[in-house]
Design a protein. Structure first.
Ligand code: DX5
Ligand code: ZN
Length: 231
């Protein structure tokens, strides 16, 4: 495995852009290339206008996933899917607050099952939604595209939100709160990852940038090189 294990930055390749005809092999290859998490995009053609993969596929790739499976639920409602993904071997489960009637209850479902939990903020979703549930979060996922498709362009206004959430998390952990990762999803490439890290992100989802290239390790290493000098 080629990744620098003591890096504070995580790369989470999104298998949305992988070859679904050989997903197990794709998962193995991208882990071998240095993936820290496997990002798993679940879309229901209801909350978002696209349909992808569900718990059966999560269960099928689980034996190949020697790193955590990071399930990003773009479904509405969320609670039944939380239960199904817990049973399917998810390690991290994040959902969109707009898709849950009871955000705190959905977070409890994830935490009580022993998984790591996170909320996902769409480009126009305000940060203050996080305030009263910070103690239940292991991850905040900031969308830098509108959810539904891979291969879209990064929305630069999200940098401001990343910065705001970074401050919120830092203040919270300084006061004794548990660590929370700040993950960003959508349009991340070698040429913008440094700027996103400088805004405060520590975990980077990349689909098309990694799976769109032949050599996954070369792409992941190029991303890590960009992050090398960022504190
Ligand atoms: C979009 C998904 C993303 C997507 C990212 O709704 O949540 O995870 O796969 O793909 P890229 O990196 O191609 O923007
Ligand atoms: Zn995603």
């Amino acid at each position: 495995m080629s990744h620098i294990t003591n890096s504070p930055f995580f790369i989470a390749p999104s298998i949305l852009s992988a070859d679904f005809a050989c997903l197990g092999q794709e998962v193995q290859s991208v882990i071998h290339a240095g993936a820290d998490w496997i990002h798993f995009d679940v879309m229901d053609n209801h909350y978002v206008p696209n349909l992808t993969i569900g718990p059966m596929v999560c269960k099928a790739i689980k034996p190949y996933a020697t790193v955590p499976i990071d399930v990003h639920l773009m479904v509405e409602p969320v609670d039944t899917m939380i239960n199904s993904f817990v049973a399917a071997g998810a390690d991290i489960i994040t959902f969109h607050p707009e898709a849950s009637k009871h955000i705190d209850r959905s977070l409890n479902l994830i935490k009580d099952a022993g998984c790591r939990a996170g909320l996902v903020l769409n480009p126009a979703t305000p940060v203050n939604l996080l305030e009263y549930v910070l103690n239940k979060l292991d991850v905040v996922l900031i969308m830098s595209v509108n959810p539904g498709f891979g291969g879209q362009n990064f929305i630069p206004e999200c940098l401001k939100k990343i910065h705001q959430v970074r401050n919120l998390i830092d203040r919270y952990t300084e006061q004794g709160g548990q660590p929370i990762r700040l993950e960003v999803d959508g349009g991340i490439k070698v040429n913008n990852i440094a700027e996103i890290a400088r805004a405060g992100a520590d975990t980077f989802v990349a689909g098309s940038a990694i799976f769109g290239q032949k050599d996954y390790a070369q792409q992941i290493n190029a991303m890590r090189n960009e992050l090398k000098f960022i504190k």
